[in-house]
Design a protein around this ligand. Structure first.
Ligand code: IMP
Ligand code: MG
Length: 177
């Protein structure tokens, strides 16, 4: 089976571009005089982050954090670990977390709690996609790109077994083709 036949486009690159325009407008409105710290969660947010920051025409900083999660959908508690921490100081900064997808919410919930303990001036969340069907922990998404169905999503940074991150569209991975 070829890579093309396994994936079905859910949101095209054009739809993504116009959604990023909208998100950038909302973020610019709220942050343009605040020199925010944007914190991307690796690896999945790297494409979204790159496109988003180029639409933000005001001073900001970019940081990345890498988490690893060992939870399975059948479990109710996450086991999240920091693999690569931030180098910037979070205290008194306006922090905006940039996430690829909020699924169970356990990863994002862990990170928001972790960052809150470092006493930022403010802490908000921008997620490219939200899969509410699988939520196990309530998460407030302040800036949302797309709501996605309860399917496995790949492309635009999202992977399946490290593959498909480079697809320009947001796609559904069809199990069994
Ligand atoms: P959580 O279940 O909300 O903790 O999501 C944990 C991580 O799993 C996300 O940050 C993604 O990296 C990954 N993930 C969850 N759902 C999907 C999906 O549909 N496609 C690709 N990665 C996913
Ligand atoms: Mg992720």
């Amino acid at each position: 089976m070829s890579a093309q036949s396994e994936v079905r486009t859910l949101y095209t690159r054009q739809e993504i571009a116009s959604t990023i325009n909208r998100l950038a407008y909302e973020i610019r409105r709220d942050y343009q005089n605040r020199h925010p710290l944007l914190v991307g969660i690796l690896k999945g947010s790297f494409v979204f982050m790159a496109d988003l920051v180029r639409m933000l025409d005001f001073p900001l900083e970019v940081e990345f954090i890498r988490l690893s999660s060992y939870h399975r959908s059948s479990q109710t508690t996450g086991n999240v670990r920091i693999v690569h921490d931030l180098s910037a100081t979070v205290k008194d900064r306006d922090v905006l977390v940039i996430e690829d997808i909020v699924d169970t919410g356990l990863t994002t919930g862990f990170l928001m709690e972790y960052l809150q303990k470092r006493k930022p001036a403010s802490l908000k969340l921008c997620a490219m996609t939200d899969k509410p069907a699988r939520r196990q922990m309530p998460i407030k998404i302040d800036y949302l790109g797309f709501t996605v169905p309860n399917k496995f999503i790949v492309g635009y940074g999202l992977d399946y077994d490290e593959k498909f991150r480079n697809l320009a569209d947001i796609c559904v991975l069809e199990v069994g083709g």
